[in-house]
Design a protein around this ligand. Structure first.
Ligand code: 4NP
Length: 159
């Protein structure tokens, strides 16, 4: 089993979108018995909340359903429970690095490091921006999800 956690600030825009996109890809490739997904926010601002309506709508237009997801906050135990912790931006990465038990830091990655062809480091926060931010976020997330799944296939599932 490979456990994957997507992390942003609020857990209502970027990380639930990433969870939904990656989960859909995993299902379509028939790997949902071996790869488990979740998402969380480094803040506690939206605990128990569904994803932002704009994120749900943008995902729905690409055939992705986020309606079952609910916000939760990251915790230190996530570094024991998940093999991959994927930060959407540097601020999330720094907050997770603070939380990581010693020896577990290698589980933490910038999500876009799995889409090097984009030449981007961060998935920008779409919460306060114009509506098209959600489309750009989805494009980045689709690319990094593909790269992450290829990486997991090559490293974790190749045995
Ligand atoms: P997310 O976006 O980190 O992608 O979920 C945000 C959602 C809410 C807030 C900030 C970012 N907020 O300030 O409440």
């Amino acid at each position: 089993m490979v456990n994957v956690l997507f992390v942003c600030l609020g857990n209502i825009c970027r990380s639930p979108t990433a969870e939904g996109v990656f989960r859909d890809l995993v299902r379509r490739e028939g790997l949902d018995a071996v790869i488990k997904t979740d998402s969380a926010g480094t803040s506690g601002w939206h605990i128990g909340a569904p994803p932002d309506g704009r994120a749900r709508e943008a995902a729905r237009r690409r055939g992705i359903d986020l309606s079952d997801l609910r916000g939760r906050q990251t915790r230190a135990e996530d570094f024991n429970d998940f093999d991959y912790l994927l930060a959407m931006d540097r601020r999330n990465h720094a907050a997770l690095a603070q939380l990581a038990p010693q020896g577990r830091e290698d589980r933490l990655h910038m999500f876009l490091s799995f889409a090097p062809q984009l030449s981007l480091t961060e998935v920008p926060d779409p919460y306060y921006g114009a509506g098209d931010g959600f489309e750009q976020v989805l494009d980045m997330i689709e690319a990094a999800s593909r790269g992450l799944l290829d990486h997991i296939r090559a490293t974790d599932l190749a045995r």
